[in-house]
Design a protein around this ligand. Structure first.
Ligand code: AMP
Ligand code: MG
Length: 405
C-alpha cells in the first residue's frame, strides 16, 4: 500500500471497489429442503408437476354436468341419483355416468364429464339422491390443474434467496433437496487492547467486546458462516501476521477498531504488512468514516471503526453487499422513501446515516443516543436514514431516503 493517508471515498464507490476486487468461490452443496431456508439457489428449480396436479373441487358439494340442472331453482328443484363418493385422496374413477351427480369433498378430483361443483348448502340429500335448488355455471367451484403453477415454470431461478414461501412452493413439487451456494465463510476479528474476557469482572480501562458478537450474529442472520476470533491486540506486527493468515483462508475478513488516526490505530499498517492491496481508506460518511478495505488474491479485508454503532452501520453499507455477492444474490440494499415523524437537530456537513425505525412509510428517530460509540438507541431500529451531505437539521414531515436493515 502506497501511503496511509485517509481519503473520503464515496460509499457507493467504496462498495464498487470491494465488489470488483472480491472473487466469489462458487462452491455449491445439496441440502435437505428445510435447511435451504435463507440460502441461495445455485440452480434454477422448475415445476415438475402442475399445481394443482389435477382438476379438483374447491368445496364440499356435488360434481355434475351443469346443463343437467339448468332448470333448477328454489321452486323448481331437480333431483339426480348419487353415483359415486369422492373425497380428498380418492381415485376419480371413470367418466361420471350421465344423469347422475358425484358427492364430492374439497380437494377431491373432478371425474371426467363433470364440469362444475354445486355447494352442499344449496342441496338436500337422502344419501341416495340429491336435490338441487339452484343452477350453477359450468366451471364453477373447480380448481383447475395448473391454475396455481404451470408445469415447467421456473419457480426459483439460480440466485433466489429461499424463504419460507419458496420452501412451500418446492415442497409442493415433491422437492426434497436443493442445490444451494455454500454459506460465505467470514472471519470477524475485533481488535483493541481494551477488550476484556467476558468471563472475568471488568477492571478499570477495559470493556467487553460488543462488536464481535453483534456482527457475528448479523452474519448468521444474513446466512453467512462467521468465525468470531479472539480480540486482536493493538500491535501492528501481530495484527499483520494474523490478517495474512486469515486472508489466506477466508474470502471476507472483517475487523473492528484500530483503523482511525490515533497512535494505537494499527490496522492500516497491519493491512499493509499482511500484503493486502489498499482499495480505499476513509469514506465520505458518518459514522465509521475511517473504514478501510484492502484486497489480497480476491479476498477482501474490511476494517471498520471500533465504535459499535459505526461498526454496525458500515457493516450494512460495505460488508453486506460483499456478502450478497458471495451468496450469489443481488447486492443492492433496499432503499425506500419515508416521511419523518420527528426531527434531528444536528446539521450534517458530511453524509450521515442515522438509526431509525420505519413503520408504514413513517420513520421515527430515537430521542437521543445518536453517537457512534453506543448501541443503546439502536434497539428496535430497522433502518438507516441516509442524510445527504450539507443537510441542515431534519424536520417532522421531511421526506427522507432510508436503507432497510
Ligand atoms: P477505535 O475504533 O479502536 O478507535 O475504537 C473506538 C471506540 O470503540 C473506543 O471507545 C473503543 O474502546 C470502542 N471499541 C472498540 N472495539 C470495540 C468492541 N469490539 N466492542 C465495543 N466497543 C469497542
Ligand atoms: Mg482502538
Amino acid at each position: 500500500m502506497p501511503q496511509r493517508k485517509r481519503g473520503q471515498t464515496p460509499v457507493e464507490q467504496a462498495v464498487a471497489l470491494i465488489l470488483q476486487a472480491l472473487d466469489v468461490p462458487k462452491t455449491t452443496e445439496k441440502v435437505p429442503l428445510l435447511q435451504a431456508l435463507g440460502r441461495v439457489a445455485a440452480q434454477d428449480v422448475c415445476a415438475r408437476v402442475a399445481q394443482p396436479p389435477f382438476d379438483r373441487s374447491a368445496l364440499d358439494g356435488y360434481a355434475l354436468r351443469a346443463a343437467e340442472i339448468a332448470a333448477a331453482g328454489p321452486k323448481t328443484p331437480v333431483t339426480l341419483p348419487i353415483s359415486r363418493y369422492l373425497c380428498a385422496g380418492s381415485d376419480p374413477g371413470g367418466p361420471l355416468e350421465p344423469g347422475t351427480a358425484a358427492r364430492i369433498m374439497t380437494g377431491a378430483p373432478i371425474p371426467a364429464g363433470a364440469d362444475c361443483v354445486l355447494r352442499q348448502e344449496d342441496t338436500k340429500s337422502d344419501g341416495q339422491t340429491v336435490t338441487f335448488y339452484a343452477q350453477v355455471a359450468a366451471k364453477a367451484n373447480i380448481c383447475f390443474a395448473g391454475e396455481d403453477i404451470a408445469p415447467g415454470k421456473c419457480l426459483a431461478p439460480a440466485g433466489t434467496l429461499l424463504d419460507e414461501v419458496y420452501l412451500g412452493l418446492l415442497a409442493g413439487q415433491g422437492v426434497q433437496t436443493v442445490q444451494v451456494y455454500a454459506k460465505p465463510r467470514v472471519a470477524l476479528m475485533p481488535t483493541g487492547d481494551e477488550l476484556y474476557s467476558p468471563d472475568k469482572p471488568l477492571i478499570p480501562g477495559k470493556i467487553y467486546d460488543s462488536n464481535g458478537p453483534m456482527l457475528a450474529a448479523r452474519l448468521l442472520r444474513l446466512g453467512a458462516e462467521p468465525t468470531l476470533l479472539a480480540a486482536g491486540p493493538d500491535d501492528p506486527a501481530a495484527l499483520g501476521r494474523k490478517l495474512a493468515e486469515l486472508l489466506e483462508a477466508y474470502p471476507l475478513v472483517i475487523t473492528t477498531g484500530g483503523v482511525s488516526v490515533g497512535d494505537r490505530d494499527y490496522l492500516p499498517q497491519a493491512a499493509e504488512e499482511a500484503g493486502a492491496r489498499l482499495l480505499f481508506y476513509g469514506i465520505d460518511a458518518k459514522p465509521g468514516t475511517p473504514a478501510l478495505a484492502a484486497e489480497k488474491n480476491g479476498h477482501i479485508l474490511l476494517c471498520l471503526s471500533g465504535n459499535p454503532f459505526a461498526s454496525f452501520a458500515t457493516f450494512e453499507l460495505l460488508a453486506r453487499p460483499a456478502l450478497a455477492k458471495l451468496q450469489g444474490t443481488a447486492p443492492a440494499p433496499v432503499r425506500v422513501k419515508a416521511t419523518l415523524a420527528n426531527g434531528f437537530e444536528k446539521a450534517s456537513p458530511l453524509r450521515r446515516f442515522v438509526r431509525a425505525k420505519l413503520v408504514g412509510g413513517v420513520v421515527t428517530l430515537p430521542k437521543g443516543g445518536h453517537f457512534s460509540g453506543g448501541i443503546g438507541a439502536l434497539v428496535g431500529c430497522n433502518c438507516l436514514v441516509d442524510v445527504p451531505a450539507g443537510s441542515s437539521a431534519l424536520h417532522t414531515g421531511d421526506e427522507v431516503e432510508v436503507i432497510l436493515l
